[in-house]
Design a binder for this molecule. Structure first.
Ligand code: PLP
Length: 417
């Protein structure tokens, strides 16, 4: 998460005298104060979840449409995930990549069937998936001395040294200089800026179809199609960061499919590699990189690797998530719920909301106040959302969110903002 989480929410009973003293720290908060590295200003203390609801340590119930920042694709405590975790705990949890495992092979097959001809590398997180994209580009350009990657301002690609160097937000990089060389940032949705930034050393362009952390900024169809032409012309890899906007969140498998719907030439669009994570494991950590033919053999034995990536447990869970999404027709559901949410919030535009952007399960509302303050206020009213940059608050609901839950969220926003 790149943005600051809201400060703890504490309800003051109506009869309590107003006090300016900071609320006493709970035992759990004190443990964090003493023992957990303070990389984030944390909010609630969640102790339990069921479906789209979560409970805090004070017994308060929340409608959780933040989904753990786009991770809980099936909500909390889904029985199919629990069954897989229990079964695989008995069968084979971890084996390592020195050996074959059936679940990794089957998951790679499903991802290739969903995406297109190519192969898959498995890792454990979004940053690692993007790190693999960057290494793929470096390896691809190595013989010709090309290593520069063009990325966009406001992008977010992770917190490792390579991925924060790729990220187009100064606040993420601050204090970690010198950064990894070889990244150039240009304005998003500006094809001419990309073209102008290409040098003989350029090897790739790395983008998100929807900048989630950056404020739910959506690429235009012309930008995507133009990028594909440009990258082909200059023999550059088009690297797609689908960590947040992928896995059906927009109502299609990958965001480019949704953005390019009804656009002539869309069928010819495919990136050269896609980073995936978050919703893929519905809460169990997993990352993946799909690499298109003919680049799938750029990585050779020994050139990249991971101990945990693609474990039997992680891949079995991801296979289960895919089965549930298909069986319960969750792609249609999230598409419809996204439209319902936008319709429900529409009357607030111009008064309490400045703008609504996004698709399906990745919708941002632009607010006047600081997003963290708005998120805190909404949590106080029982709705969990996620702040983003540029005055944006994100809805990142599970793909199985119901129509009633969306109505409930709209009511809470109406009452609280
Ligand atoms: N890429 C994008 C688009 C993201 O939204 C994120 C996380 O928010 C990442 C990469 C990093 O993923 P992770 O936090 O799993 O390392």
């Amino acid at each position: 998460m790149s943005v600051e989480a809201p400060l703890p929410v504490k309800e003051t009973p109506a009869s309590s005298p107003v006090t300016t003293e900071a609320p006493a720290r709970t035992e759990i908060q004190s443990l964090y104060d003493q023992y957990v590295v303070g990389t984030v200003n944390r909010g609630l203390t969640l102790v339990k979840g069921k479906g789209r609801y979560a409970w805090d340590d004070q017994g308060r119930k929340y409608l959780d449409l933040g989904g753990g920042v786009a991770v809980n694709s099936l909500g909390h405590a889904h029985p199919a995930i629990k069954e897989t975790l229990t079964r695989m705990g008995d069968v084979l949890m971890h084996s390592c990549n020195l050996y074959y495992n059936e679940w990794q092979g089957r998951l790679a097959q499903r991802i290739v069937e969903l995406t297109g001809p190519g192969k898959v590398f498995f890792c454990n997180s979004g940053a690692e998936a993007n790190e693999a994209l960057i290494k793929l580009a470096r390896k691809f350009g190595n013989e010709t001395g090309r290593y520069e990657i063009i990325t966009t301002t406001n992008s977010f690609h992770g917190r490792t040294m390579a991925t924060l160097s790729a990220t187009g937000q100064d606040k993420i990089k601050h204090g970690f200089e010198p950064l990894l060389p070889g990244f150039v940032h240009v304005a998003y949705n500006d094809l001419a800026a990309i073209e102008a930034a290409i040098t003989p050393k350029t090897v790739a362009v790395q983008i998100e179809g929807i900048q989630g952390e950056g404020g739910v900024n959506i690429a235009t169809p012309e930008y995507l199609l133009g990028l594909r032409v440009l990258t082909k012309k200059h023999n550059l890899l088009l690297l797609w960061d689908g960590v947040q906007d992928g896995f059906f969140r927009t109502g299609r498998w990958q965001a480019y499919q949704r953005i390019l719907e009804n656009t002539a030439g869309a069928e010819d669009f495919a990136p050269d590699a896609i980073a995936m994570a978050k919703s893929l494991g519905a809460g169990y950590p997993i990352g993946a990189v799909w690499i298109r033919e003919p680049y799938q053999n750029v990585f050779t034995p020994g050139s990249h690797g991971t101990t945990f990536g693609g474990s039997p447990m992680a891949c079995a869970v991801a296979l289960t998530v895919l089965d549930v999404v298909e069986r319960e027709k969750l792609v249609d559901n999230i598409r419809a719920r996204g439209e319902q949410l936008k319709r429900g919030l529409e009357p607030l535009v111009g008064t309490r909301i400045k703008e609504i952007r996004g698709y399906g399960g990745l919708i941002g509302i632009v607010v006047a106040e600081e997003p963290a303050a708005v998120v805190s206020k909404l949590a106080h009213a029982g709705l969990i959302l996620i702040p983003a940059a540029n005055h944006t608050v994100r809805f990142l609901p599970p793909l199985n969110v119901t129509a009633d839950e969306i109505n409930e969220a709209v009511r809470i926003v109406e009452k609280s903002l």
